[in-house]
Design a protein around this ligand. Structure first.
Ligand SMILES: [Zn+2]
Ligand SMILES: [Zn+2]
Length: 133
């Protein structure tokens, strides 16, 4: 079974994920733009049982547009968010796919909140667009 390690910039916070992700997607909502400092987040969902987390972390909890909570977990030293939990995704852990730093990582299936993404962003037609989430 394949095993991949997602890491923050300084290497303190690490998440080991076993097997293939349950889903991989992009989200271009405004919160994700702010969180990433970029156009969208790139996330991989794994079953809780397929993931091992190690390292010091802090948690930021907020309510999404749906009213349900999202908790992002980040390294207190370098500030990078490596993973998250969402009330709407019970039993799953979301990993910031860029933290794998693997150019061969699984392609996203869709972009959520396409209605809010940056106007210049031109994604391949094989990535579906959803106007909301
Ligand atoms: Zn760090
Ligand atoms: Zn989002």
């Amino acid at each position: 079974m394949s095993e991949r390690t997602a890491s923050c910039l300084c290497g303190n916070l690490k998440v080991v994920a076993r097997g293939e992700p349950f889903d991989v997607y992009l989200c271009g909502c405004r919160d994700c733009q702010r969180k990433s400092g970029s156009s969208f987040t790139y996330a991989a969902l794994y079953a809780e049982s397929a993931v091992t987390i190690a390292g010091e972390r802090r948690t930021y909890r907020r309510n999404g547009d749906s009213g349900r909570f999202i908790e992002t977990h980040f390294c207190p030293t370098c500030g990078v968010t490596v993973f998250f939990h969402a009330e709407g995704l019970p039993g799953l852990v979301g990993i910031a796919a860029g933290c794998f730093a693997d150019p061969d990582f699984t392609k996203p299936s869709r972009l959520y909140w396409a209605s809010r993404h940056h106007h210049w962003l031109d994604l391949p037609a094989s990535i579906a667009r959803e106007d909301t989430q």
